[in-house]
Design a protein around this ligand. Structure first.
Ligand code: ITT
Length: 197
């Protein structure tokens, strides 16, 4: 079978192709290149549904979308759904990251807690809709480190690492990230639906 991935972010395409291949090697993941809908939802779940519905309607294929972002506790959950545009209107990952670290410059390590969230929506051609979420807890580093991943990865230190050898996701391999990320966690939440895609 085939499923269309409703994203224009090439990093998400690569990550989903790896995550999907783990459980459904027979499923072909095609990147959606049709018109982008306006993402005006106030939640990750709503935005994921908006994107999946648009791709399903445009292609006639089952569609999968991810809406994601980083939520910083001391900022009341921001950037949240505004993660892609935190520093302005252009999707400028370096500027977004620099602004966020600047906003946290006076915040001590113990209060730099944050999590990534991924909401995944699946919409079938028959109009069935499913939404799941995954969360990846951690904290923000003082400075960016590593060139792996994308977005806020160079500054995100996931929980659960050896305290003597903590690394940002920018320093993790793709295989490591795809085993533990918010995106992988949300995908696993699809549960029995994974067999039907
Ligand atoms: P699509 O809407 O086309 O899927 P997008 O990048 O605009 O692409 P979002 O609206 O979901 O996607 O914004 C997600 C932003 O959150 C993304 O641009 C990053 O800044 C951040 N983000 C999400 N997942 C991330 C991850 O795994 N690592 C680092 N940053 C991430």
């Amino acid at each position: 079978g085939r499923i269309v991935l409703a994203t224009h972010n090439p990093h998400k395409v690569v990550e989903f192709q790896a995550i999907v291949a783990e459980v459904r090697p027979d499923l072909e993941v095609i990147a959606y290149d049709g018109p982008e809908p306006v993402e005006d939802g106030v939640t990750f779940a709503h935005n994921a549904l908006i994107k999946a519905r648009a791709a399903a309607a445009h292609t006639g294929l089952p569609a999968l979308a991810d809406d994601s972002g980083i939520c910083v506790d001391v900022l009341g959950g921001s950037p949240g759904v505004f993660s892609a545009y935190w520093a302005g209107h252009a999707k400028d990952a370096a500027a977004n990251l620099a602004l966020l670290l600047d906003q946290l410059s006076d915040i001590a390590d113990a209060h730099r807690t944050a999590h990534f969230t991924s909401a995944i929506a699946v919409v079938t051609p028959a109009g069935e809709e499913h939404v799941v979420e995954g969360i990846w807890p951690g904290r923000l580093a003082r400075e960016a480190g590593g060139a792996g991943g994308f977005g806020y990865d160079p500054a995100f230190i996931p929980d659960g690492q050896d305290p003597e050898a903590e690394r940002t996701v920018g320093e993790w391999s793709a295989v490591e990230k795809n085993g533990e990320s918010h995106r992988a966690r949300a995908f696993r939440e699809l549960g029995p639906l994974l067999a039907e895609l």
